[in-house]
Design a protein around this ligand. Structure first.
Ligand SMILES: Cc1ncc(COP(=O)(O)O)c(C=O)c1O
Length: 377
């Protein structure tokens, strides 16, 4: 199969990932921190090492405040539900994934918070001035995606971070599409809460993610339970990371993520993916009725692009690519309904093409040929 769905989850993973997961499972696969025997200690050491690697990757300064989560959604929910208080105002954007939209909408529906949804401009970007205008005295949180998972376009998070910090609000960045390919510096971008899945461009297995929590906020835990440390009290410990990490972690998954982080090459991967997108854009030029959604410039996006065709629906094109050409892409709304409404592609969505670190130029050529056959030259 030609796999071009890396924005959902990266595949294949570096070979080191499966090797380390197998080794860990067979040799150290005990419950981390739940006992003091050799295997439990080895598992705890592994988690500590992964925490440290993630902390360094994002320029954070306190490894214990890097919370190991189950995916990007888990990290975002811990942040959003842990931080907001009754009466708070939140500023977010039309570009967000349902992992941000739905928790916020549910809280707004209950009358607990108020939310301002900022539009994107015609090119697919959020305007930092729009953030400034939307801020209120009651704004506690600004939540913005680092890059749209529909268009791949990179958003001006550094400029937004400065505005949010000057207002003394909290800044939550959803780096689901950028962690592992773009430089992310928590202090430079004034980020208070950074949510990442481990299974996309960080190249780890599914079931992994992280939330880096800055020192301006202490989210309340909404998942409480065993932490392996002090079991004597009936209340959740307040010590990081345990306060936000109740329950047995996905240790096998984090063993894999740790191995992936050792072989990560963000600048090399980004350059490779952009070369592949440029090749695709060139090839698409010959396709009648093919359209790129948002700013077509490849250098302003991660390795993701969304396409529409005047003659066929995206799901029809996606199904034909899968069935007749063994090419995997993702058609539809990509869990981002407001983005598609803004792009004018709701409810059919778009055809999203997301090459990855292991995609080759020949595979992109095969996609272009297949599209020519399906939608016509
Ligand atoms: C922008 C964005 N945010 C959040 C998520 C949710 O991440 P996960 O699937 O790991 O829960 C995704 C997943 O596609 C995403 O693209």
């Amino acid at each position: 199969m030609i796999y071009l769905d890396n924005a959902s989850t990266s595949w294949p993973k570096p070979p080191e990932v499966a090797a380390e997961m197998t080794r860990f499972l067979n040799e150290d696969g005990a419950n981390p921190g739940r006992a003091s025997h050799r295997m439990a200690l080895a598992a705890s050491d592994m988690l500590r090492a992964v925490r440290l690697k993630l902390t360094r990757l994002f320029d954070a300064d306190a490894p214990e405040r890097t919370i190991l989560c189950f995916n990007g959604t888990d990290a975002l929910n811990i942040a959003i539900k842990g931080v907001l208080r009754e009466g708070d105002h939140v500023v977010t954007t039309q570009l967000e994934h349902n992992a941000v939209l739905r928790p916020l909408q549910a809280m707004a529906d209950r009358g607990f918070i108020e939310v301002t949804w900022l539009p994107m401009n015609a090119d697919g970007y959020v305007d930092p001035d729009g953030i400034t205008r939307a801020l209120r005295p009651s704004t506690r949180l600004v939540a913005v995606t680092h890059a749209s998972n529909v268009t791949g376009l990179i958003q001006p998070v550094e400029a937004i971070g400065q505005i949010v910090r000057a207002h003394d609000a909290l800044f939550l960045v959803d780096a689901a599409q950028t962690a592992g390919v773009l430089d992310i510096s928590i202090p430079v971008m004034h980020i208070d809460l950074l949510a990442v899945p481990g299974h996309k461009s960080l190249l780890g297995p599914t079931g992994t993610g992280a939330l880096c929590v800055g020192d301006r906020v202490d989210p309340r835990p909404w998942r409480e339970g065993g932490t392996g440390g002090d079991s004597s009290t009936l209340t959740q410990p307040t010590q990081y990371p345990y306060v936000l990490e109740a329950g047995t972690p996905n240790a096998v998954g984090f063993a894999g993520l740790g191995a992936a982080l050792d072989v990560l090459n963000p600048p090399g991967t980004l350059a490779h993916e952009r070369r592949l997108l440029a090749r695709l854009v060139d090839g698409l030029g010959e396709l009648d009725g093919g359209r790129i959604m948002g700013d077509p410039e490849v250098s302003r996006r991660v390795g993701t692009i969304s396409l529409c065709f005047s003659t066929m629906r995206p799901d029809e094109v996606g199904a034909a690519l899968d069935r007749s050409f063994d090419i995997a892409v993702r058609a539809g709304l990509h869990c981002a309904p407001l983005t598609h409404k803004a792009l004018g592609t709701f409810p059919d969505g778009t055809l999203r093409v997301a090459p990855g670190r292991y995609t080759t130029a020949e595979e992109i050529d095969r996609l272009i040929e297949a599209l020519r056959e399906i939608v016509g030259a």
